[in-house]
Design a binder for this molecule. Structure first.
Ligand SMILES: Cc1cc2nc3c(=O)[nH]c(=O)nc-3n(C[C@H](O)[C@H](O)[C@H](O)COP(=O)(O)O)c2cc1C
Length: 347
């Protein structure tokens, strides 16, 4: 089998092994949508996941939380990621996912943010492996009851800190409790995002578990992904920071793994993709919040573009779609024009 191949997550088959990782504040459905889009004949991401969604907020009927749940129009399969510390709350939250019909539910066991870990959720779950197991069981039960028995997956770190590297134990317990895939970002909670992730732990996990392991950590180029797949034996790779402002990384990686030629995006294509993301986001959250939200994304998209710094300086003040368009229109080759129906098309 080549390095690019389908992945079976319980009864679910994903046609390829290039996943978009959950990235809070970025992987909303507008971004997921542009990550999935095909580019010059190559499909984008094979599998996507929502940002982490609070189980507590969900059962309290959080309207803002509900906005995080729908799939994108071109999202044939996706997972919803839940976080929480209480098995019963996680069970009730998972039951509420039924209207969205996700193909999988992922449990966040890696978030290092103080606000999350102080509630016992995210990476704090790795300090209580038994509770982690109960949470997986609870979500599996909810899945059987209302979600059509879709697979439940977990996303782990290496452990809480260097003195408690217990990813093996947590992985084993999660699988015994019914997890059908284990994602591993091999940094400890104490490391945050500093230093290098230790991929040898991904190999270790992949060699021990009977379910597929998805590797995460420092995937910034197609070559990084190829190296992780080859060196660790993980079933899939999950791009996170490497996909921000660069949703083309999926098709680029697929071409590399299949030994096919690939042409990188032109500056025009980068800007037009970012602009398309802005339009999609504004449909979901309204124009003004979307314009604000997209500033950081445009910063990522314009990295490396000639004149990018000057462009960024102007874009950070853009507060309407039309303003974005008029700033982008000063760039060579940016051809998007607003039509009478409010759509933007090339001319
Ligand atoms: C800003 C940011 C937000 C993140 N949000 C989530 C999240 O909601 N759920 C999750 O499981 N991991 C989250 N992660 C972790 C990533 O999914 C990934 O495991 C990590 O960034 C390592 O991959 P990378 O080095 O290729 O970025 C986040 C990471 C970043 C940088």
């Amino acid at each position: 089998m080549g390095l690019y191949h389908p992945v079976s997550i319980g009864p679910l088959t994903i046609p390829g092994n290039l996943f978009l990782a959950p990235v809070a504040g970025y992987s909303d459905r507008a971004f997921r949508s542009v990550c999935i889009e095909p580019r010059v004949g190559e499909q984008g991401a094979d599998f996507t996941c929502t940002e982490m969604v609070s189980s507590e907020a969900l059962i309290r009927n959080g309207v803002r939380t509900e906005l995080m749940l729908p799939r994108a129009e071109n999202e044939a399969r996706y997972a919803v990621q839940l976080f929480g510390a209480d098995p019963d709350v996680m069970y009730r939250a998972a039951l509420l996912l039924a209207p969205w019909r996700p193909e999988a539910v992922d449990i966040n066991c890696g978030c290092p943010v103080p606000k999350v870990v102080k509630t016992g959720a995210g990476s704090a779950l790795m300090r209580s492996p038994e509770r982690l197991g109960h949470i997986v069981e609870a979500v599996v039960k909810a899945s059987k009851e209302t979600l059509g028995d879709v697979p439940v997956t977990v996303k782990l770190r290496s452990g809480w800190d260097a003195a408690s590297l217990n990813y093996r134990e947590c992985g084993r317990i999660a699988v015994e409790a019914g997890a059908a895939l284990v994602g591993l970002h091999p940094r400890t909670r104490s490391q945050g995002y500093a230093g290098k992730s230790d991929w040898s732990r991904i190999s270790d996990m992949a060699s021990r578990l009977a379910v597929p392991v998805a590797g995460s950590g420092d995937l910034f180029s197609p070559e990084d992904a190829e190296k992780m797949l080859r060196e660790t034996g993980c079933a899939a790779v999950m791009f996170a920071r490497g996909a921000l402002g660069n949703p083309f990384i999926f098709s680029a990686t697929r071409a590399l793994l299949k030994g096919e030629a690939w042409q990188g995006p032109t500056p025009r294509e980068r800007l037009e993709t970012a602009f398309r993301q802005l339009i999609l986001l504004s449909r979901d959250m309204g124009e003004s919040p979307a314009c604000k939200e997209m500033r950081k994304q445009f910063c990522a998209y314009t990295k490396g573009i000639s004149g990018g710094a000057a462009l960024r300086n102007r874009l950070i003040h853009a507060d309407t779609i039309e303003r974005y368009r008029s700033i982008l229109a000063t760039q060579p080759d940016f051809f998007l024009e607003r039509q009478d129906d409010g759509e933007y098309t090339e001319y």
